[in-house]
Each structure stands twice: as C-alpha cells, then as structure tokens.
Design a protein around this ligand. Structure first.
Ligand code: ES4
Ligand code: ZN
Length: 326
C-alpha cells in the first residue's frame, strides 16, 4: 500500500498551474486592503464559502474578479512566492506556470509589471531551493485572435523569459481553430506550444489543438476517451496530458474522485501527469492532488513512479535538468 511518505518523496513537476489561481483568500484580502480595491465579500470565510462551482464558467467569474486586487510588481511577486513555498513543502522541483496577461493589461496593468514580479519570485526560489522553472503565456480564448496577436507582440521584449504559449479560459464555443494564426505566429517565434482542450469541450477540440495549433501537450484532455482514434494517436505519439484531478471534481467534470478516469488513462498507456490547476480555488496543491487520487483510485507503486517520470519527461526542462530530476 502507498503511504504519505512515499508520495511526499516523489520528485514532482507541475506543468498545469495558473498563477492567478494560487491567490488564497487571505492574500486577496491583504492585497485589496494594501491597494484600496473593494471586494464584494465581507470576510475571508465568506469568500471561501463562495467557492462552490457548477462548471468552468462559474469558477472563471470569481477567478477574474479575484485577480482585480493584483496591481503592482510586488503583488505578483508575493502571489508567486506564496505558491513556491507550497512547492517546496510538496517536493515540487520544477514548475511551468501559466499566466494570463490579458486579465491584467485589459485593466491597465503593464505587461512588464506582471512578468517582472512573477519572474523575480521564480528566480529567488531557484536560488534558495533549486526549483527550476518556465513561464507560459496563455491567450484568453473568450477574447479575439486579434487580441491574442496583440498580446504576442507585447510579449516580444520579454521573449527570453517566456518558454511557451498556451490557451485557457471558457472552452466551449471557443475552439482551438479560432487561434490558428496566433499559434502559427508563436511557433514562428520559437515558443513551445500547449493548449487547454477536452476539459469541458469535446474530443474534437483535442484534435484541433494538435492539428491546427501544433501543440506539444494537451492541458486536461480527459475527454479524449470519447474518441478511440484520438486515444490511439495520443498513446502512439506519447502526447502528454496535464490532468488536474481536484479541479475536475470541483468543476464537475467528474462527480467525485472515484469516478475520475486518470487510472484508466494511465492503464491505456497515455502519458498522464498530475497537476493542481488553480489550487487556491479548488482546495489542493500538488500533494493534496496526489493524496486524493491515491485515496479514491488506489494506484500501484509502479503507477506513481510512472506519473512522476511522465511529468519530468513531459516538461520543457533542458535534457541536463531532466536527467537530474529523474
Ligand atoms: C482554468 Cl481550470 C481552467 N480551465 C480553463 N481556463 C482556466 N483558467 C484558469 N483555470
Ligand atoms: Zn487550467
């Protein structure tokens, strides 16, 4: 049987983590006060009580509202640093974090403010704890492709600090093909590519992300099982899926953890990884995701080692860094 010490000891890599989704209610209130931003909640407890979601959109509405307290470079530093402290506790040794610049630039925050704060915290954690990292810029898919292209242009001066481009926000009704030109431009500029697909949206969106956006990893992807031909492709090409178990339960992609298909995906030979997505909103950082999966699905030692290895291999870390992590 699997014990806590074994799960704790596994070298972990986080590949699906929205930094804005690590904003804990306590820090949200602290920043609201510091920045004189009004919140439509009276207390931390009242805010936490509001974290009862029916679907992706009901979560996103609160997530974008929460981000309104982030104004200064120090705010983005404090946000990222608090997340990295949790990584250190959970033996997460490499992180590739998503950020949503449009959420901030659309309310007048400079792109530089956002990325400089995030990057400085990551740099400090690398110095203190040897946590390696990459930063992935996500386009908001509910906005237009023109806006995505404008964001890509804004990122240009910071290109050396951004390893990849992703696609997030409201999935249904915003298929990957909407961003085909923006992703082609990003690829041209040398970025690695990922996209959310098959979380709430259909397996067809996973095909589109692969064929029309040329992504290397699929974020979520749990709905791939609806299409046998797609599963065969994902297995043959060993395309990584960055699965987020507690997120999927909290957003009702699965009714409860015991119904999550992660174990089946693993047993079918898919390159599955475990990630925390928006841990401040879904109630679980990396170890909590490991714990809940083990409690509900009961994986073997070999399967846990496979999950740990999958994440290292699926990362955009250098070959030298991967060798250290393995
Ligand atoms: C997200 Cl769980 C999820 N799905 C899509 N977009 C997102 N942004 C932040 N979390
Ligand atoms: Zn996500």
């Amino acid at each position: 049987t699997i014990d806590h010490a074994f799960l704790q000891s596994l070298p972990k890599v986080e590949l699906h983590l929205h930094i804005e989704g690590t904003l804990e209610p306590e820090l949200m209130f602290e920043l609201a006060q510091r920045n004189n931003v009004a919140l439509p909640f009276d207390s931390v407890d009242q805010l936490r009580a509001a974290y009862q979601f029916n679907d992706l959109q009901s979560f996103l509405d609160l997530y974008y509202q929460g981000a309104s307290v982030l104004l200064t470079e120090q705010d983005f530093y404090d946000l990222t640093w608090a997340y990295l402290e949790r990584c250190q506790q959970d033996n997460v040794q490499h992180v590739e974090i998503f950020f949503d610049p449009q959420t901030h630039t659309d309310r007048g925050i400079a792109f530089a403010t956002v990325i400089n704060g995030i990057k400085r915290a990551l740099h400090d954690a690398q110095q203190q704890w040897q946590i390696s990292y990459g930063i992935i810029l996500c386009f908001l898919r509910h906005l237009s492709e023109e806006q995505a292209l404008a964001t890509l242009a804004q990122a240009e001066p910071f290109k050396q600090h951004i390893i990849g481009i992703g696609l997030d926000s409201s999935e249904v009704g915003h298929p990957p093909q909407k961003f085909a030109r923006a992703f082609a431009a990003a690829k041209q500029q040398g970025y690695r590519l990922v996209a959310h697909a098959g979380e709430e949206g259909p397996a067809e969106y996973i095909w589109e992300a692969l064929q029309q956006l040329s992504v290397e990893r699929i974020d979520h992807g749990v709905r791939c099982v609806d299409d046998e031909e797609l599963v065969a492709l994902l297995v043959n090409e060993q395309i990584p899926l960055t699965v987020c178990p507690t997120s999927n339960v909290r957003l009702k992609v699965f009714e409860q953890m015991s119904e999550h298909n992660l174990k089946q995906l693993l047993e079918r030979g898919l390159k599955v990884t475990i990630n925390s997505d928006d841990p401040a909103y879904f109630g679980g950082y990396m170890m909590e995701n490991y714990r809940q999966v083990e409690a509900a699905l009961g994986l073997s030692t070999a399967q846990w080692l496979q999950l740990s290895r999958n994440a290292i291999e699926a990362s955009f870390a250098s070959p030298e860094r991967k060798a250290e992590l393995l």
